[in-house]
Write a protein that binds this ligand. Sequence first.
Ligand code: MD3
Ligand code: FE
Length: 199
Amino acid sequence: KPLNLRGFEIYKSLLPPPDQQAILDDIRAVTAQAPMFSPLTAWGKPMSVRMSSAGKYGWYSDRKGYRYEPAHPNGTPWPAIPQSVLDVWHAVSGTTRQPDCCLINHYTEKARMGLHQDKDEQDFDFPVVSISLGDEGLFRIGGLERKGKTESIWLSSGDVCVMGGAARLAYHGIDRIRFGSSGLLKNNGRINLTLRVVD
Ligand code: MD3
Ligand code: FE
């Protein structure tokens, strides 16, 4: 019984702490192979959120724009998506299709993500699934137009969100982090995983 906010299905505390820790350990193994980096915006400024990916594709951005890439900027293929993360996808996504990308976003104290739409994927009929780990993040949800009204909700460690239907193309972003609000990450901060079908 998820909470529904503008078509976003939010499963508060879906993952108990042992599952959160197991996923975090698996993500640490991914980022040991595919180190986090700060993508450049199209304007050449580094994003405040650090990123890496697992799966067939990773999300990437530089002065040429946003896109999915089959390898880390260091030239090595992205590691496989951990089974612990795939288990969450299969529990909530409503599809038997495997996700192509697990984007890993790491927020430190001042990091934020501006209001945007996720439109780099081929088929918007597949949902995006998000897993929040560590410190709380203030998630802003709008509609299909940038200028529309928005609502906000704090996402906490263990929360899982499913963005499908009309919500799949809604504007969204992260306004701020309650740094130090969770004990999960050794150096505080927030990690968000997003699972996507890309092509
Ligand atoms: C709504 N990440 O990676 S997760 C992103 O917390 C992104 O790191 C935020 O927006 C984060 O693109 C928000 C919730 C989320 C993720 C993907 C979506 C909401 C979405 C895709 C479509 C619509
Ligand atoms: Fe997004």
